[in-house]
Design a protein around this ligand. Structure first.
Ligand SMILES: NC(=O)c1ccc[n+]([C@@H]2O[C@H](COP(=O)([O-])OP(=O)(O)OC[C@H]3O[C@@H](n4cnc5c(N)ncnc54)[C@H](O)[C@@H]3O)[C@@H](O)[C@H]2O)c1
Length: 430
């Protein structure tokens, strides 16, 4: 391995976020892969000042090159298959969310990490905003006691015109993702702050009859997904995700000795104690969070700084040859709650156990569980669970979406000819 960790990025939308890593991460862009050659031409112009960047349209070819690690920013529901191939080819893996789209993939992924010994990390950036890191510092100080209940939300509304553009085609993952599946941003925050794991899951969606407010929306997704998790310390955590109409990034912890949250409006940290659980302590304080270190680099990165920290921790894990905090077991746990919550929604809210991802005896039960609502080209919807239960796009929304896809020279399989910048690197997150 050279002094740098040479990375190959797959996918040129969100993937762009990983193409200029900060020096201190030790990562260096060496290769980019996208099935679309014209996208690669744009990337070469923007990210290849020395003319050394290798580009590939075929992922298997990229894996034959001398890169040390791959960063997976391809389609949401195809990460596990790509990760396993990379691990088996001797590469470390940083995988965008979600880690797995079926439980069987989770079993295969855990085994691949254990058998190869390569570093695997989920690129979950939301635990690493300065506010979430401060909540963790407060929690670790012990002043909140033990977590009883936590809440986290990730709702990122997108206009219809943007969705038509960013999600070309009926089968683009953004058009068919059930409302509980984009769950890692929310649950990862509480898992990291309190260092706890989900063990059982219930899922719910709003069952609103009049959905005319979504008249021209094409996505096959209910208005939002609510997941309630029992955690391994006994606490309960609620997460909200999906296409809710209002942006939200709430994070809140209730402990045995106090509570703390990120205030929605100001982004301040607020810590509460009552006469019952915090005698002698300040009942209320509100203040701005500070970065623990690397503040300048983190502030310049996307997603409230989380995009910097993910790359930093990935580099550190490889250098130390130690699996990172966001290892394969946490990656599978946080991803699988979305799958299990969807099973729960479809069974009227029944609870489902989260596999013990680090225990072969337990996870073996799931090795053939290929249950997925995601359809691929040629699939018969009747062979798959539904992607939405209370919402069906109206025919006029489909017409509008199709017209937009045609305007963008839609090529099938979620591709469209016009270059789409979906790097999200300027999303602000309190
Ligand atoms: N952590 C975050 O904050 C964050 C933000 C945005 C997106 N994401 C995640 O990043 C991933 C990508 O998101 P996006 O918006 O860029 O998606 P996208 O569908 O717009 O882009 C995916 C890219 O991957 C390429 N691709 C797909 N299959 C390929 C294959 N077999 N070989 C080569 N290239 C292939 C496509 O051509 C496309 O350029 C998703 O999983 C999403 O959940 C995470």
């Amino acid at each position: 391995m050279s002094d740098y960790i040479r990375i190959g990025v797959v996918g040129t939308g969100r993937g762009k976020t990983f193409m200029k890593p900060a020096e201190c991460t030790g990562l260096k862009l060496a290769a980019v892969c996208d099935r679309r050659p014209e996208k690669l031409a744009v990337i070469k112009e923007q990210y290849d000042p020395d003319g050394n960047l290798m580009t590939f349209t075929d992922y298997d070819e990229m894996l034959k090159s001398d890169i040390d690690a791959v960063v997976l920013a391809n389609y949401f529901n195809e990460h596990a298959e790509f990760a396993i191939k990379a691990l088996r080819a001797g590469k470390h893996v940083l995988s965008e969310c979600t880690a797995i789209s079926t439980l069987a993939e989770g079993v295969a992924l855990c085994r691949a990490v254990e058998e190869t010994g390569k570093i695997y990390m989920i690129a979950e950036n939301y635990p690493f905003t300065k506010q979430r890191l401060e909540l963790k510092r407060v929690y670790d100080s012990g002043e909140l006691g033990e977590i009883l209940y936590g809440e986290a939300e990730y709702c990122h509304p997108m206009s219809n015109s943007k969705t038509y553009k960013y999600a070309p085609g009926e089968l683009h993952w953004r058009n068919q993702i059930p409302s509980t599946y984009y769950c890692t941003h929310a649950i990862a925050q509480i898992m990291h702050i309190a260092d706890i794991m989900p063990v059982r899951v219930n899922g719910f969606v709003p069952q609103i009859k009049d959905q005319s407010y979504r008249k021209l929306e094409y996505r096959q997704q209910d208005s939002g997904g609510i997941i309630v998790c029992q955690m391994d310390n006994g606490a309960v955590v609620r997460t909200l995700q999906g296409a809710f109409r209002t942006q939200s990034g709430i994070a809140r912890i209730y402990g045995t000795k106090g509570a703390a949250e990120v205030e929605r409006q100001t982004g301040n940290i607020v810590v509460y104690h009552s006469e019952v659980n915090g005698e002698g302590l300040e009942p209320y304080r509100s203040y701005e969070a500070e970065w623990p270190e690397h503040g300048e680099l983190a502030s310049a990165a996307g997603h409230g700084g989380g995009d910097f920290w993910v790359q930093y921790y990935f580099g550190e894990a490889i250098r130390k040859n130690e699996q990172p905090y966001l290892n394969v077991y946490r990656a599978c746990a946080m991803s699988s709650i979305g799958i299990l919550a969807w099973k729960s929604v479809l069974s009227g809210g029944q609870p489902f156990d989260v596999p013990k991802w680090d225990d072969e005896e337990d996870r073996k039960k799931y090795e053939n569980d290929n249950w997925t609502p995601f359809l691929k080209e040629g699939d018969d919807p009747a062979d798959h669970p539904p992607r939405a239960v209370a919402w069906k796009p109206l025919p006029e929304a489909h017409e509008k979406a199709k017209a937009a896809w045609e305007e963008n020279d839609y090529l099938g399989l979620g591709w469209s000819k016009k270059d789409i910048d979906m790097s999200f690197d300027k999303v602000e997150m309190n």
